[in-house]
Write a protein that binds this ligand. Sequence first.
Ligand code: NAD
Ligand code: TDX
Length: 332
Amino acid sequence: MAHLLVTGGAGFVGSGFVRHVLENTDHMVSVLDKLTYASSLASLRDLPSKRFRFVRGDVTDAALVDVLFAKVDAVVHFAAESHNDNGLNDPSPFVTTNLVGTFSLLEAARRHDTRFHHVSTDEVFGDLDLNDTARFTEDSPMRPSSPYSSTKAGSDLLVKAWVRSFGLRATVSNSSNNYGPFQHVEKFIPRQITNLIAGRRPRLFGRGQNIRDWIHVDDHSAAILAILERGTIGQSYLVGAEMELSNQAVVELILGLMGRSTDDYDYVDDRPGHDLRYANDTTRLRTELGWRPRFVDFEAGIVSTIDWYRRNEQWWADVKDRVEARYAAQGR
Ligand code: NAD
Ligand code: TDX
C-alpha cells in the first residue's frame, strides 16, 4: 500500500481521481485543498475514513507542503485555477496558484525525493484550425493563448526543468476536456444541463463552432493512475478519448436528451481569444501503458451525467445563480 497526496482533491477531476484510487487500489489518500469557490467537500463524502484524510491548505504554503510531503510516497498535483473565463477577468490567482503553487510543490518534491505527477491540459499547445485534421502530440510546440493555459504551460515547463536539473522523478499528463459528475456549473456541459433544469436556455459562445475533444473524467483518472504506476520518468502523456465535437453538436445532443427542441438555445458574446479546436493523439498512452477509454459511447456518458445533475440538485443549486450573474456581467 502507498500513501498518495492529492492536491486539488476537492475539485472536479481531483475528487474523481480520489474516488477512483480508493475504489481500485488499496492506497491511502490525503487531499490538500484550499477550498476555493470551485471546490466542494460534498464531492468527497462517504469515503473510507481509514484510508482518506483531508487537509485544508494552500499549495503555495511551503511550510505546510513540506510537512505533508514528509509523510507520503507520491503526489498527484491537480490544484489549479481552472476556468478560462475567470482568468480573462482576473489572471492574478492563476499566476499564484498555477505557477507559484507548482513551484512550491516541486521544491518539496526535490527535498523529499517524492514521485510527482503533474496534471495538465492540452490547452498548453494552443489551438488547431477547425478544418485541420492534425492532432496535438507530446512533441507539439507550446503555444498557449490564455491566462489559464499560459500558466499551465509554465507549470509544465517547471516540472520538466526540475526533472532535468535536479533528477526529480516526475511525469506530466495533458488531458483534453473532461465531463461527468461533480463538475462545477461554470463549465460548458454542466452549465447547459443545469440551465435546462433551472428553466434557462443553453448559451453558445460565438457561433458554437469551436471543437473540443471530450473524455469522461473516470477515464482520465485511470490514465493518471497508469502513468503514476508505470509511466516513464520525465515524459509527458497526452490523454483523450478521440471524441471531437463542436459545442453546437453537444448542446443539440443535450437538448434532445432532455426532451427539448434542438434549436432551443441562444448565441452569446464570444470568449476573447477563444481557442478554435483541440484534439489529442494518445498513441503513447495507449501503446506504452496499454490504457484504453472505457466510456466510448459519448451519448451514454451524457445521459448518465444529465441524470446525475437531476438527482443532485443540492450539490449545485446554491452556486448556480452566482455563476449566471457572473456570466451575465460578461455578456455571456
Ligand atoms: P477545479 O477548478 O474543479 O478544481 C480545482 C481544485 O483546486 C479546487 O478544489 C480548488 O479548491 C483547488 N485549489 C485551487 N487553488 C488552490 C491552492 N492554491 N491550493 C490548494 N488547492 C487549490 O478544476 P478541475 O477541472 O478539477 O481541474 C483539475 C486539474 O486538472 C487542473 O490542474 C486542470 O488544469 C487539469 N485539467 C482539467 C481538465 C478539465 O477538463 N476539467 C482537463 C485537463 C486538465
Ligand atoms: O456557456 C458556455 N458556452 C460555450 O459555448 C461555456 C461555459 C463554454 N462554452 C464553450 C467554450 C469552449 O469552447 O464551450 C467550450 C468548453 O468550455 P469550458 O467548459 O469553459 O472549457 P475549456 O475552456 O475548453 O477548458 C476546459 O477544458 C480544458 C477546462 O475548463 C480546463 O480546465 C481544461 O484544461
